[in-house]
Write a protein that binds this ligand. Structure first.
Ligand SMILES: [Zn+2]
Ligand SMILES: [Zn+2]
Length: 364
C-alpha cells in the first residue's frame, strides 16, 4: 500500500517528485515552453534548402518538410530538461503548406528531470513559413556568370563520339553534384561542331566539371582569371575560364611521332595504340602532355584512300586503287600483316610517291 499522497490531485503514490505525483509533476513542468510568437521557418522556393541562423541546409530529400520543421524546431524550441526526439506529425504539414502559417503538431520525447525515464508529449507549435531565395538560387536566377568551361579540339571539329562523350561526362558530373549543391546547373550551354561551352554561376561546380573532363578526355586544362569587380560584401571577384583542349589526332588518323609514321589504332584517355606504317609493329604509349605535343597529324582519317587486295606473293602485295581510275599497284612488303588478305578492302595513303597500306576498321 502506497504511503504517500499527492497534495495536488490526492492520489496515493509510491514516490513524489518535488512534492507531487509523477502526473502532476509532468503537467506543471512541460517539456517545452510553447513560443508566444510563431517560429519563422525560412525555405528556398526553388531548391528547397532551408535557413537556420545564417546557414543554409539542403534537406536529404527535396521537398521534405518534415525534416525542415524538425531541424528548425530542435534548434529553436526552448526545451526544459533533455530532448531525445522531435517528430512532426505528417497530417499537420499539409495545412501549413497551404496557408503558410498555423500550428504543427509535434510529438516530443524527452524528460524534464533525470529522475524520470523518457516520455512523450504532444504539442501544437505555431509556425510561419517564409519563402526566400537562397544565395545559390539568387546567383542562378540572376544568371551570374562566374565560371566558364570551354572545350575545343586543336585544329579541327569535334567528332560525333567526342560530343556525346563530353555531354555525358558533364551531365553525369552535374547530376552527382546537384544532390548536395543546387548550383550545379549550367546558366548557359553552347554545343556546336567546334565549340562546346558551359557557363556556371558557381566556380566550384565549374572546377569539378573541368577536372572530370580533363581526366576522362585525356585533355589539356588551362585556367585563366579575369577581374570581375567587387561583391556586395566588398570582396574582390574574378571570373574563371577553364579551357580544355583535345589533341588534334583521333583514332584512325595517320600521325608522325619521333620521326616515324603511325596509324592511330586506339585512343583512350590514358593511352594510345600506334601501328607503325614502316614495319607494322604495334606500339603503346602513355598520353602525357609532352607526348600529345610531340605528335603531329600527317593525314586525317577522312583523306585516307581505299584499295582492294588482288594478290599476295611475298614479299609483294598487289592492290587495285578504288579511287584513282582503278590503278593497279605493287607494293614491296618484307613482312605482311594478317589484316592484308586477298579480296579485302584496305586503306592507303601516298606520301612522296610511296604507298603505305593501312588497316580499316569500318569499311564505309
Ligand atoms: Zn497528483
Ligand atoms: Zn535555393
Amino acid at each position: 500500500m502506497a504511503r504517500l499522497f499527492c497534495p495536488v490531485c490526492g492520489k496515493r503514490v509510491e514516490r513524489l517528485y518535488n512534492g507531487m505525483c509523477e502526473e502532476c509533476y509532468k503537467k506543471t513542468h512541460p517539456l517545452i515552453n510553447i513560443p508566444s510568437k510563431p517560429i519563422d521557418i525560412i525555405v528556398c522556393p526553388i531548391c528547397g534548402s532551408y535557413r537556420i541562423g545564417k546557414k543554409w541546409y539542403n534537406p536529404k530529400i527535396q521537398g521534405d518538410f518534415s525534416e525542415i520543421f524538425t531541424k528548425n524546431l530542435s534548434k529553436k524550441l526552448e526545451i526544459n530538461g533533455v530532448l531525445k526526439n522531435i517528430k512532426v506529425l505528417d497530417d499537420s504539414i499539409a495545412s501549413i503548406l497551404d496557408l503558410k502559417k498555423g500550428s504543427i503538431i509535434v510529438s516530443i520525447e524527452g524528460r524534464v528531470t533525470s529522475e524520470l525515464s523518457y516520455y512523450e508529449e504532444k504539442y501544437a507549435i505555431p509556425i510561419k513559413l517564409i519563402f526566400k531565395f537562397c544565395p545559390k538560387c539568387i546567383d542562378i536566377k540572376s544568371k551570374k556568370k562566374m565560371a566558364k568551361i570551354q572545350v575545343r579540339a586543336r585544329n579541327r571539329n569535334f567528332t560525333r563520339q567526342e560530343i556525346s562523350k563530353i555531354e555525358k561526362i558533364v551531365n553525369e558530373t552535374l547530376g552527382e553534384l546537384y544532390r548536395s549543391d543546387k548550383s550545379a546547373v549550367p546558366v548557359e550551354v553552347t554545343v556546336k561542331e567546334n565549340i562546346i561551352d558551359y557557363t556556371f554561376s558557381s566556380q566550384k561546380v565549374a572546377r569539378s566539371v573541368a577536372l572530370r573532363l580533363k581526366k576522362f578526355l585525356g585533355a589539356e586544362l588551362l585556367e585563366t582569371f579575369k577581374d570581375a569587380g567587387i561583391s556586395d560584401r566588398g570582396r574582390k571577384l574574378s571570373k574563371i575560364t577553364y579551357r580544355i583542349l583535345l589533341p588534334e589526332f583521333r583514332e584512325g588518323d595517320i600521325v608522325g611521332f619521333k620521326g616515324k609514321m603511325y596509324y592511330v589504332v586506339d585512343l583512350t584517355n590514358k593511352q594510345m595504340k600506334l601501328l607503325s606504317l614502316t614495319d607494322y609493329s604495334i606500339r603503346n604509349v602513355s598520353l602525357t602532355k609532352s607526348l600529345v605535343n610531340s605528335v603531329n597529324v600527317i593525314e586525317k582519317r577522312e583523306s585516307i584512300s581505299y584499295a582492294l587486295v588482288l594478290s599476295i606473293v611475298p614479299p609483294y602485295v598487289q592492290v587495285m586503287c578504288l579511287d584513282k581510275g582503278y590503278l593497279i599497284k605493287e607494293i614491296w612488303l618484307p613482312k605482311i600483316p594478317k589484316w592484308i588478305e586477298e579480296g579485302k578492302k584496305i586503306g592507303y595513303i601516298t606520301i612522296d610517291d610511296s604507298i603505305f597500306l593501312i588497316p580499316i576498321k569500318d569499311v564505309p
